[in-house]
Design a protein around this ligand. Structure first.
Ligand SMILES: [Zn+2]
Length: 301
């Protein structure tokens, strides 16, 4: 089976509905290879990675989309990121003093908190951000309420993850033309309600293992669907020397030198991919010798 690490887009030929399907395998394993997480947290991270892949496909942008869950339960932070070209990465962090529920219980895991979706196009364009409270009983429900409030686009999601795979389907109702008339709009509403209902019957094992085309046929069988060519999804970290150098420069020379003195070497380890960046005395000297002075516009006035 080679339909893993793929994102597929589909359209309803005769209705203003569209969807995206994703299944992660290699990319999911690579994303969590350095993280040792309890099963319930692991599954949530997998679902979040499938979700950002679907969101990145559904929202038009170039750059990075970040889903951040800040929880008040045993999960303190979850970050999942996707670029417009489907490079994924993610991390989950636990609160040490709070036991992780053994059962898969999203509410107990996250407690009170919020979900933030940030789209960063880079190049000095201010990032765009949507925030919703973690009010749903699943990550899917929280994301649906995000779409409701921030995108005003009716959206339904199903997500699932296990040790080996993560996957999901996102379904959206597109705006009907304003001159469509009441009957046409009523019809689309009925089609949407029914399709959304059928989507929610998709089982986790179907999301993770069932071949895509027969699955879509079973779920949306009475409609003609058009399935587009797959996009490849892969794990790729965005860390690099330049980012780490500017992080250290931001800490300040005194701080970095004191770590150097104490440990003989400054090591920064990327949280997403565990790649270590090492700086010896010469590297540190270079770091601060070349550090540009901050530009403060108008400071000469
Ligand atoms: Zn990294």
């Amino acid at each position: 089976m080679d339909d893993v690490d793929q994102l597929r887009r589909f359209l309803f030929e005769n209705e203003p509905l569209r969807g995206h399907w994703v299944r992660l395998e290699e990319s999911w394993l690579a994303a969590r290879t350095h993280q040792s997480l309890p099963p319930a947290v692991n599954r949530l991270l997998g679902e979040a990675l499938a979700a950002v892949s679907l969101l990145a496909a559904a929202l038009k942008f170039r750059g990075t989309l970040t889903l951040q869950v800040t929880g008040g339960g045993s999960l303190s932070l979850l970050i999942a990121q996707a670029t417009h070209d489907q490079h994924l990465r993610g991390i989950a962090q636990l609160r040490e003093d709070t036991p992780v529920p053994v059962e898969e219980d999203f509410r107990a895991l996250v407690g009170e908190g919020r979900l933030v979706v940030t789209v960063d196009a880079g190049d000095g364009v201010p990032p765009w951000q949507g925030i919703v409270p973690l009010s749903g009983n699943t990550l899917s429900e929280c994301l649906e309420s995000y779409f409701e409030t921030s995108e005003q686009l009716p959206t339904r999601l199903v997500l699932s993850a296990n040790e080996h795979r993560a996957g999901g389907i996102l379904l959206q109702k597109l705006p009907t033309p304003s001159d469509a008339g009441e009957a046409a709009e009523g019809h689309v509403r009925d089609v949407w309600d029914e399709a959304a209902l059928f989507l929610k019957t998709v089982q986790p094992h179907e999301l993770l293992d069932a071949p895509l085309e027969p699955l879509l046929q079973v779920v949306f069988g009475e409609h003609d669907l058009r399935l587009f060519e797959p996009d490849r999804v892969r794990f790729q970290c965005r860390c690099d020397e330049e980012r780490v150098a500017s992080l250290l420069q931001g800490l300040g020379e005194a701080e970095v030198r004191s770590v150097l003195e104490e440990q003989g070497m400054v090591t920064v380890t990327c949280e997403f991919c565990q790649r270590p960046y090492r700086y010896d005395a010469i590297d540190v000297a270079q770091l601060f010798a070349v550090a540009p002075l901050p530009e403060v516009p108008g400071s000469l006035n």
